[in-house]
Design a protein around this ligand. Structure first.
Ligand SMILES: Nc1ncnc2c1ncn2[C@@H]1O[C@H](COP(=O)(O)OP(=O)(O)O)[C@@H](O)[C@H]1O
Ligand SMILES: [Mg+2]
Length: 315
């Protein structure tokens, strides 16, 4: 709409435009001027319409792309989640199989191989005795062989116990760890302190095994990597939680390695520990600086177990 008016002046023009006119033309004007203005307004209106239409199209296309992307991301996310769940289930199975295998091999070594070696020892003793007078040289050599056999028996027994300490199932965590530490002290010269409450009692077999493996892996790492002279282990339980703390006075880990280890990367040992702890719904923290390394694990005990042991202890 173009207002054609005899009223000139800025006031009237503003008033007309504010009333909704597209333009305001003051008399006198020529037909050409009017036509030119109308033409310009029409062109502008078309350009605006086209732009608005293009903008709408663009917006629609954007919305389509966005929702397609959302669907894709959702699919991909649930695919990844499934893959992660599969992977976790697999790793749990692997750890469990590894435990069973170790237990099995340990028993085989201890029972079958142990018995064969014991028999062999008896035979050697017999031969040594029979040859004593007639073939003294053979007798001496046989005795040497029997000594080597004793050594082999001891080595096999140690290997078997390291694979799976029988004390763990028979007597409990405290004795199994004591035994392990005694051996490691001898092999490594490390000064190791082990603190556990006298009334710690028993916890489920799998929890005992996981704690034992945590201690075993941590101490092996201290022996292999830390250069420490001292290590200490503290196992305690309270409020339905078991806590295990292993510290050393070694050189610690460089910062980048610590960050890597904390974010779940790097070596198989610590990752395996983290995975075991995760399966037991526990938590694992690693701190390390130039004065040493500290690994702290907490594991929740199954509810029924907590109550049962407390009843045992008269609490
Ligand atoms: N107590 C420790 N003191 C210093 N460094 C350690 C200690 N424990 C672990 N590390 C470092 O963390 C790395 C990862 O350990 P781990 O996952 O057990 O793998 P691995 O023992 O096979 O190298 C080790 O290679 C070592 O560099
Ligand atoms: Mg290791």
């Amino acid at each position: 709409m173009i207002l054609l008016s005899a009223r000139a002046g800025e006031e009237s023009r503003v008033e007309g435009l504010q009333a909704g006119a597209d333009d305001y033309l003051v008399k006198p004007f020529t037909a050409r001027e009017l036509l030119a203005r109308v033409g310009a307004h029409l062109t502008m209106a078309r350009i605006r319409r086209d732009a608005a239409e293009r903008e709408r199209e663009l917006r629609r296309a954007l919305e389509r792309a966005h929702s397609e992307l959302k669907v894709k991301v959702r699919d991909r996310t649930s695919e990844l989640q499934r893959a992660e769940e599969d992977l976790r289930a697999l790793s749990a199975r692997l750890l469990q199989t590894q435990d069973e295998e170790r237990r099995h091999i340990a028993r085989e070594l201890h029972d079958s191989a142990g018995q064969t070696l014991a028999l062999l020892g008896m035979h050697l003793a017999l031969i040594a005795r029979k040859a004593e007078n007639t073939l003294p040289e053979v007798s001496r050599e046989t005795k040497n062989a029997a000594e080597l056999l004793q050594q082999l028996k001891k080595e096999i027994r140690t290997t078997s116990y390291l694979l799976h300490p029988p004390l763990l199932d028979e007597i409990g965590l405290s004795s199994a760890v004591d035994w392990y530490i005694e051996g490691l002290k001898e092999r490594s010269g490390l000064d190791i302190r082990f603190l556990i409450a006298n009334d710690f009692g028993r916890v489920p077999r799998n929890t005992e095994l996981v704690i034992f493996r945590l201690i075993q892996e941590s101490l092996t790492n201290i022996h292999r990597h830390s250069g420490a002279t001292k290590a200490s282990i503290c196992v305690a339980r309270s409020n339905g939680l078991v806590s295990v703390e292993v510290t050393d006075n070694g050189k610690g880990m460089p910062r980048e390695k610590l960050l890597e280890v904390q974010s779940g990367g790097h070596g198989v040992g610590l990752r395996g520990m983290r995975e075991r702890v995760r399966q037991f719904r526990g938590e694992m923290r690693i701190e390390s600086d130039s004065s040493g390394t500290r690994i702290l694990v907490t594991l929740p005990l199954p509810k029924a177990e907590e109550q049962r042991t407390h009843l045992h202890r008269g609490e």
